[in-house]
Design a protein around this ligand. Sequence first.
Ligand code: DGL
Length: 259
Amino acid sequence: MDKRPIAFFDSGVGGLTVFKKVKEKLPNEDYLYFGDLKNSPYGAKSREELIEIADEIFRFFEKKDVKAVIMACNTTSANTYEVLKDKYKFKIYPIIQSCAEIIAQLPVEKIGVFATEATIKSGVYERELKKYNPNLKVFEMSCPPWVKIVEQKLQTAPTSINCIREYLEKMLKNSPEKIILGCTHYPYLLDILENFTSRDIFIDPAEYFAELIKEDLNLNNLLNDKTTGSEQFFVSANRKEFKQASSIFYPMNELPILV
Ligand code: DGL
C-alpha cells in the first residue's frame, strides 16, 4: 500500500476527462492535477518544446513525492513519453501507449483518430494501433481550433459548431466504424458532435485508461488503503479561466493554486 499522491497533467482542462474517470474508480486516493495553461495549446508545439515542458512538470511532481504520473495528455504521451519514461522514480502512464492494445482489438477495420497537430505529426497513434492490429486502416486528422474552443468555453457558438461539423464531415468521408477522440479536450465536444453522427461512433480512450491504471497500481501494490481521498488543482496561469472551463466536466468550488 502506498499513501503518496497520484499526479495528472495536461495543457488545461482536457485531462479532467481522464481524472474524473480515474477518481470514480479510485475514490480514496490523493490526487494532484496540474493544468499548464501558460503553455497551452500543446498541439502547436514542437517535440523539443514538449519534452522540456513535461520534464519541468515532472520535476514539480517529484518534489511533491508522487507515486505515479498519469499522462492524461495525448500530445505529451506521443512526443515525450519515450524520452522521459526512465528518468524518474514514479510510475508513468501514457494514455496512447496504454490504451492502444484494447482499441486495436475492437472488431473494426477502419478507425479514425482526431488529435492535435503534434500528436498526428508524431505518428504514434497509427504506430501503436498497428502494433496490435497491422490490418487496421487508420485515418488521422488534426483539429487545431478545437482545444481553444474548449478552453474558452465556446462550444455552443455558431462558428464553433460549424467548425466542429466541418472536421467531422471530412472524417466521415473515410467511413470509419469508430473515431478515437485522441485529445483529452475533445470529449467536451461530444454534445455537439452527436448532433451530426451517432455518439456511439466515438471512443474516449479514458474509458479504458482508468481501468488499466487501477489494475496496474494494484499489481504494483501502489493503491492507497485510506477511506477517503483528496484533490488539489494547480495551474501555471489563468486560474479563473481554468475553473470556468472545467465547469462542464468537473465543476470545482475553489480556484486552483497558481505555481
Ligand atoms: N489535451 C491535450 C491532448 O490530449 C493537449 C491539447 C493541446 O493543448 O493542444 O492532446
